[in-house]
Design a protein around this ligand. Structure first.
Ligand SMILES: [Zn+2]
Length: 234
């Protein structure tokens, strides 16, 4: 038989076990994000973006800002502070990579961040209508689209159907990387980011916004292993 002390201890421990079980089943109530002031300029937007990536790569991501309160807030109008133009790769989701929630990022993704008219129009819309001050082109390590293009060029093969459009668009980056020291695929990926950044500067709407200091267009590369985004100088 339990002594009264042992009985109390048993009941106490049972209570702890029940609490622990409930705790495992019920998601903790997460603290809301602190209210952020609107970004004042392109550099501030870049700083905010990279701070989010540092949280993500260090496994310190904040609770995702997708609350009903935030949903109601952005339903009144969107004011994303950055455009991310990146690859479609499933391992590189921009909102996760930059630890941002609803209404923060204007995201456009195509394989190898290849531009076509719809993409350019969307990017121009983000600048002309939404006044987004930062446009970040993000390539990533081990990009399948760049790798496929590299192989097609090396084997002088023709890609099927509309995949050929991607290969043709990325081929100048492969040619740029030929003769560079280091890893051919990685050099091609970096060259592809620079190629896209340069192409974006040819848009009159984007170029004008850059000239006015209202827009910054930058290139970056995501590391699949570390989760870190590293800037690429144009
Ligand atoms: Zn890719």
């Amino acid at each position: 038989m339990f002594s009264s002390i042992n009985r109390r201890r048993f009941l106490h421990l049972s209570g702890l076990a029940v609490s622990a079980t409930l705790g495992a089943c019920v998601a903790p109530i997460q603290a809301p994000l602190p209210v952020e002031a609107p970004v004042q300029n392109p550099q501030e937007a870049l700083d905010r973006l990279l701070a989010g990536n540092q949280r993500y790569s260090a496994n310190r991501s904040l609770p995702l800002n997708e609350s009903s309160q935030r949903r109601a807030e952005v339903a009144q109008g969107q004011h994303p502070f950055a455009t991310i133009f990146s690859c479609v790769d499933s391992r590189v989701p921009p909102e996760m990579v930059f630890d941002r929630g609803l209404g923060d990022l204007f995201v456009i993704r195509t394989a190898g961040h290849v531009i076509d008219e719809a993409v350019l129009g969307s990017l121009e819309f983000g600048v002309a209508e939404l006044k987004i001050p930062l446009l970040l082109v993000m390539g990533h390590a081990k990009c399948g689209a760049v790798k496929a293009t590299l192989e097609a060029v090396e084997q002088q093969a023709k890609a099927p159907a509309s995949i050929g459009y991607l290969v043709n668009s990325i081929t100048p980056a492969i040619e740029e990387a030929v003769g560079q020291s280091g890893d051919m695929l990685d050099n091609s990926i970096k060259a592809n980011v620079k190629l896209t950044v340069n192409q974006l500067h040819e848009s009159p709407i984007l170029a004008e916004a850059v000239a006015q200091g209202q827009l910054l267009i930058v290139g970056a590369q995501y590391d699949l292993d570390t989760g870190a985004v590293v800037m690429i100088e144009s």
